[in-house]
Design a protein around this ligand. Structure first.
Ligand code: FEO
Ligand code: CA
Ligand code: CA
Ligand code: CA
Length: 674
């Protein structure tokens, strides 16, 4: 059994490598393709030739870049990389920080304090902001509900009593084998989703407002399991002997917005929150639905199962079989995580629903294709771990605006992507009874296929990707874009056209068009939008090196505004940031791209040690919200002990850093980016 707890190339919040399947590495197909075209495999140029548009545009790279007409979509001057402990934006733009971790939004409104209790945290904004959406009230661009994911936590900044101790960014304090119970509660309550009203005053300042719809959804909030897995033996637990309920959502990375205006939060790096210490013959013995996802075999990430007193809501993080059957322990608790969760932000009493038909993996987020009356609902989701896959769900029932609800996501087909050698792609169905997903191969039902989505995708022969992150769809063309953030473990033998670089530090953005322009199609045509990197090792959509104002590394967040500007956010991990080849990129940032001309300009750089993630505008596109996650994560254990943090953002003057939302507006009140 692989030790999932130490990986040099991953950070505290990332998923470990778990894909040991032998399904065909994409290199096999790209080798065939490249040799057929008479190209030399072994140089990046050859691979690029196979994946970038037409060859003519590549021939005169520099000249083409010079002569390209300037984008009509991008009206600001690119800013330079930065390592300042502040948010930098172009001239003519301004920023305001709102909704920092710990700000009260509901209940008795406990004021922010690092001494806040676990119960207090359940009434305050969570930690480590990630994907988000602005739901306008009555179409307003000055008043709405902001819904924000909280991906994970840094215990050292969460607990006042951790001050002065030499702690790194994922360390927790365990004394005599137990955790402080209120710390565990606070950590669980710092996860999940925040829903709060936000409005702009006459002076143009935004603030969080009290509202009956304000709500915290946490790792403890009761949720329904729906779709094919509801009631399955695989999700029966002591808490829910009938397998229809579970407490909480965890590691909520990116999100999606449904065509019926609800919010979907993704469960990404959830596996590490659980442990299963079952052994046979002195070796870890995990069921496949744990092993293929990296459930830990020692202590869980934060050791929540070590809270004293045996409280049911904490012991469930230990999935080791201990009872006579699954309804007497929590061996199946991890099977209720790894889903997309639907939340109705307008109804604070609504129970969140885990939509299992969309599959179980390290969901980065989900992006819905534009709906067509009478046609299926289609959405795309990436599995962010090394060598994992990109998926698509197509509803069984047709969409009708008048009656659409989340129920339409409970029936349909899940597909996984294969990127073929000739620039085409296929959607491989993950349907019980079809192809290899039969009893002969150990699958017993559609619920079983979905709980074991990764294994089903292995069997189907999907393409192993360089950590799929956000997807976004160009509103003008319907083209689907996905970021592939990096993959330190990609080697020469598994290099391929869609994932063309060995020890890929910089990442890439891939895009495709569905056959016939139909998002429900079974085939697609793909090409590369960009290879991220420095000017010596990058390519834009025309095959040219990225210019100085466009260099980026580790693309993650991706979003189109209504005008068709594509916003790209970066997540260079905190252990790689500022070192080696990543040094020149400075702090994580956001860029805007014109997908037609391929032009890219750096728009924003965040403070020290953070990643920029989450982006949305008001309907008038004159106010943008982005999130700054984990500022100061680069603080060493020694510096933390000394009370010196690598970032003091946003409160300044020596304070501990806090994740927060940033509001961006223009001095002349114009459209952001234009
Ligand atoms: Fe949570 Fe894959 O970034
Ligand atoms: Ca992300
Ligand atoms: Ca991250
Ligand atoms: Ca990331």
């Amino acid at each position: 059994m692989q030790d999932h707890e130490s990986h040099f190339d991953l950070d505290a919040g990332d998923e470990p490598l778990c894909n040991s399947s032998s399904n065909r590495k994409f290199n096999d197909v790209s080798q065939a393709y490249l040799s057929r075209r008479g190209l030399m495999l072994g140089s990046v140029a050859a691979t690029l030739a196979a994946t970038f548009g037409t060859s003519a545009a590549r021939a005169n790279a520099a000249a083409a870049a010079e002569s390209r007409p300037s984008s009509k979509l991008l009206g600001f001057d690119a800013i330079a990389p930065s390592v300042q402990d502040s948010v930098t934006v172009p001239k003519g733009y301004r920023t305001q920080v709102i909704a920092a971790w710990g700000e009260p939004i509901t209940g008795s409104m406990p004021a922010f304090s690092t001494n806040a209790s676990g119960a207090d945290q359940g009434m305050q904004i969570g930690m480590h902001h990630d994907g988000m959406h602005f739901f306008p009230l009555d179409g307003s661009s000055a008043d709405g509900l902001l819904v924000v994911n909280h991906e994970y936590i840094e215990p050292r900044f969460l607990h006042a009593s951790y001050a002065g101790q030499p702690l790194s960014n994922s360390d927790v304090v365990i004394e005599d084998g137990v955790r402080n119970a209120d710390h565990v509660l606070k950590e669980i309550n710092a996860h999940g989703v925040s829903v709060f009203r936000l409005s702009r005053d006459e002076a143009g300042q935004w603030s969080v407002r009290q509202d009956p719809r304000n709500r915290r959804i946490t790792g403890l909030t009761p949720m329904e399991i729906s779709g094919p897995v509801r009631g399955s033996d695989l999700v029966k637990t002591k808490y829910s002997p009938d397998g229809v309920r579970v407490r909480g959502t965890l590691n909520n990375c990116a999100h999606g917005v449904t065509p019926w205006n609800t919010y979907m939060t993704a469960e990404e790096n959830w596996a590490g929150y659980f442990r299963n210490v079952n052994q046979v013959d002195g070796k870890p013995a995990l069921p496949r639905e744990h092993a293929r996802y990296g459930i830990r075999t020692g202590r869980s990430r934060y050791g929540w199962e070590l809270a004293p007193g045996g409280a049911d809501e904490y012991v469930r993080f230990d999935a080791t079989p201990s009872g006579a059957d699954p309804t007497r322990d929590y061996r199946n608790e991890p099977n209720a995580f790894g889903w997309m969760v639907e939340i109705d932000p307008f109804d604070p009493a609504a129970t969140p629903v885990k939509r299992t038909a969309l599959g179980r993996f390290a969901h980065e987020g989900v992006v819905f294709a534009p709906v067509v009356e009478g046609r299926p609902v289609v959405c795309y989701s990436g599995d962010d771990a090394q060598f994992e896959y990109i998926y698509k769900f197509v509803s069984g029932a047709p969409y009708h605006a008048a009656s659409a609800s989340g129920a339409i996501l409970d029936e349909g087909a899940l597909y996984v992507a294969r990127f073929n050698d000739d620039g085409t792609g296929e959607w491989l169905p993950l349907v019980y009874g079809q192809g290899a997903l039969t009893a002969a191969n150990g699958f017993t039902s559609q619920a079983d296929v979905l709980v074991n989505t990764r294994l089903a995708a292995d069997r189907a022969g999907a393409t192993k990707m360089d950590r799929p992150e956000w997807g976004a769809i160009d509103p003008r063309t319907g083209e689907v874009y996905f970021t592939l953030t990096n993959n330190a473990r990609r080697s020469e033998k598994d290099r391929d056209a869609a994932n063309p670089r060995v020890a890929n530090e910089f990442g890439q953005i891939i895009r495709w068009t569905e056959e016939g322009g139909d998002h429900a199609a079974a085939r697609f045509n793909w090409n590369m939008f960009l290879l991220a990197g420095d000017q010596d090792d990058s390519r834009d959509s025309r095959g040219n090196p990225l210019g100085a104002g466009a260099t980026l590394a580790c693309p993650d967040g991706l979003w189109f505004d209504a005008d068709g500007r594509m916003w790209i956010q970066t997540d260079i991990g905190e252990s790689a940031m500022y070192h080696g080849k990543l040094h020149a990129f400075g702090s994580n940032q956001m860029l805007a791209a014109d997908p037609v001309t391929g032009e890219i300009r750096r728009f924003l750089v965040g403070p020290v040690g953070q990643e920029i993630t989450g982006v949305v505008t008001t309907p008038d596109r004159r106010t943008m919200f982005i999130n700054v996650q984990h500022p100061g994560a680069t603080t060493s254990a020694e510096d933390f002990a000394a009370g010196t943090f690598s970032s003091n953002w946003p409160d300044g003057s020596g304070s501990a850093p806090r994740s927060a939302t940033v509001v961006i507006t223009r001095d002349d009140h114009g459209v952001i980016g234009a």
